[in-house]
Design a protein around this ligand. Structure first.
Ligand SMILES: [Zn+2]
Length: 208
């Protein structure tokens, strides 16, 4: 099955809809990354595809941001170990406020000792702005690791390599359209609002 079909099957990507986002803007598609993790067979399929993208590249460690990324890093490292016929490790980085007051990602639990001098693949589920992935890339670089790439399930924000600081390989690229309510073409065409996902239900009840 193609990656996009898998995401649609589990309801992680809904297209051709009329949705109200948390921001209040209206759009035609919805991405819910949490919908894919309960489906373990689908997760392993997707992680196998990601691993194939980086097979033979010399990856020694797969690193991800918490929480969903932990699952991805485990499975991608598992499949890369099989493909490259050597042990590829999996680690994760947690978010903490740094001494300068901004939120950063840190490898704790002894994982920081594994990174120096190693070739690292960063994995992430959904890129919206690329912020979390970038923080993991930065954390690897600060520890003296080399980031070979950033493997992601879905790039939904048109995020570029320069936004995360590493070459991105995405299984699915989807550009979500978002409009202010007054300019929403779907409202103009009286397309019913999706009340199952996003803030459609609240939006409808406010209008009544
Ligand atoms: Zn609308």
């Amino acid at each position: 099955m193609e990656p996009l079909q898998i995401f649609k099957k589990v309801g992680a990507i809904i297209t051709d809809t009329h949705v109200v986002y948390a921001s209040g803007k209206h759009g035609n598609a919805y991405v819910n990354k949490d919908a894919v993790y309960p489906h373990t067979k689908d997760i392993t399929s997707l992680c196998s595809m990601l691993a194939k993208e980086f097979a033979g590249a010399g990856v020694e460690i797969v690193a991800a941001p918490t929480i969903g990324g932990v699952i991805l890093s485990q499975w991608v490292a598992h499949f890369l170990s099989e493909l490259d016929k050597k042990e590829v490790l999996a680690v994760f980085a947690e978010e903490e406020t740094s001494s300068s007051g901004d939120k950063k990602r840190f490898f704790k639990r002894g994982y920081d000792k594994l990174i120096p001098g190693k070739k690292v693949l960063v994995v992430e589920d959904i890129l919206t702005t690329g912020g979390s992935a970038k923080k993991v890339v930065d954390a690897v670089k600060e520890l003296g690791g080399t980031v070979l790439g950033c493997g992601v399930l879905v790039n939904r924000g048109g995020v570029k390599d320069s936004d995360v600081g590493a070459p991105i390989a995405a299984l699915v690229n989807i550009k979500l359209e978002a409009w202010n309510e007054s300019e929403c073409p779907l409202c103009k065409k009286n397309v019913p609002v999706n009340t199952d996902v996003g803030k459609g239900r609240e939006w409808l009840s406010k209008r009544k």
